[in-house]
Design a protein around this ligand. Structure first.
Ligand code: NAP
Length: 292
């Protein structure tokens, strides 16, 4: 059991971690912090931490582990605020969806004697805020750690244990590779979803109402992804520019090939491509990363 853990940013991810820490008794004291007074009041109401505060600096006093669960674009400002109160030997970790940019800002403010163990739980929903958190969010999902060369094995083990206790499987990767992989599996699909739903939104009114009425034919699945938090996703794209633009370039080239096949009436090409993608779906189900 850890003496004291502080979570900063009590939205979907922060509150789900807090619920798990309480449920599995992973800390003697759990402090929840958020800049928003409303969020703090909600967290206090939910009773998912021992102390709740909007004083970020004081929240980390004496903490053994500090978990940053704020949007990627706020990681730097939060690190700067809390740095003077981080105790020698503390571990600072995060849940940001981008790793290279987040590591750079945390490193900039992290005092000597404090270890950094960056992390990214590959689990989430389109909902945000403390009420959206739940205990099972991380069950059977991967959590990727991207430790720095100077991070001690002991610190990595502590954060690994924390995530395993929350139900996750833990993998280690270098941060650049993380950003490239997530560029394909998460960031590009969100960009495509935002685009498709945006295109529908720009249609003339009568056509738009039919798109909504008959949405179950595919469009509906994109709207779920495209209803994700705009702040979080703005920050992801601004902070993983290189990987996202690289993947977008490849996607555009593949789309052009499909466009060509449709124009030429090349059914064999279309069938072969669609058959290959079906196999990927089966692999995801077999690895228990989706239900059906
Ligand atoms: P969220 O539900 O929007 O929660 C973020 C919380 O941080 C909000 O309560 C927000 O307050 C607060 N916050 C914003 N700026 C802050 C600051 N400067 N200081 C203190 N608190 C601040 O977001 P989330 O979905 O939990 O995501 C949290 C982190 O996990 C992000 O870095 C995201 O990239 C990552 N992540 C998300 C998912 C997902 O599917 N959602 C999955 C994996 C990782 P306000 O509401 O007042 O802005």
């Amino acid at each position: 059991m850890i003496e004291k853990i502080t979570i900063i940013g009590m939205g979907l991810i922060g509150s789900s971690i807090a619920i798990n820490i309480q449920k599995h008794k992973l800390a003697k004291t759990l402090v929840a912090a958020d800049i928003s007074e409303d969020v703090c009041n909600k967290v206090a109401e939910l009773g998912i931490a021992n102390y709740v505060t909007n004083d970020l600096l004081r929240s980390v006093e004496g903490a053994d582990i500090v978990i940053l669960c704020v949007p990627v674009g706020a990681m730097g400002v939060v690190s700067e605020i809390i740095a003077p109160n981080l105790k020698e030997g503390a571990i600072i970790t995060d849940t940001g969806s981008v790793k290279v940019a987040v590591i750079n800002v945390i490193k900039q403010f992290c005092p000597k004697g404090v270890e950094i163990v960056p992390a990214h739980p590959i689990a989430g929903t389109e909902f945000s805020g403390p009420e959206s958190g739940f205990a099972e969010l991380f069950d059977g999902r991967w959590c990727i750690l991207t430790p720095l060369p100077e991070t001690s094995i002991k610190a990595v083990e502590k954060i690994t244990h924390l995530w395993e206790a929350c139900g996750s499987n833990v993998d280690i990767m270098n941060p650049e590779h993380h950003d490239l992989v997530l560029g394909v599996t998460s960031h590009l699909p969100h960009l495509i979803a935002y685009t498709i739903v945006g295109t529908a939104n720009d249609l003339e009114d009568d056509l738009k109402s039919e798109v909504i009425k008959y949405s179950a034919s595919g469009f509906r699945d994109f709207t779920r992804i495209a209803s994700s938090d705009p702040t979080m996703w703005r920050d992801v794209f601004l902070n993983n520019k290189t990987a996202v633009l690289d993947m977008l370039q490849r996607f555009t080239e593949d789309l052009t090939e499909l466009q060509k096949a449709i124009r030429k009436g090349d059914g064999d090409y279309l069938y072969q491509k669609f058959d290959e993608t079906r196999a990927i779906r089966k692999e995801i189900i077999d690895l228990k990363q989706d239900r059906y």
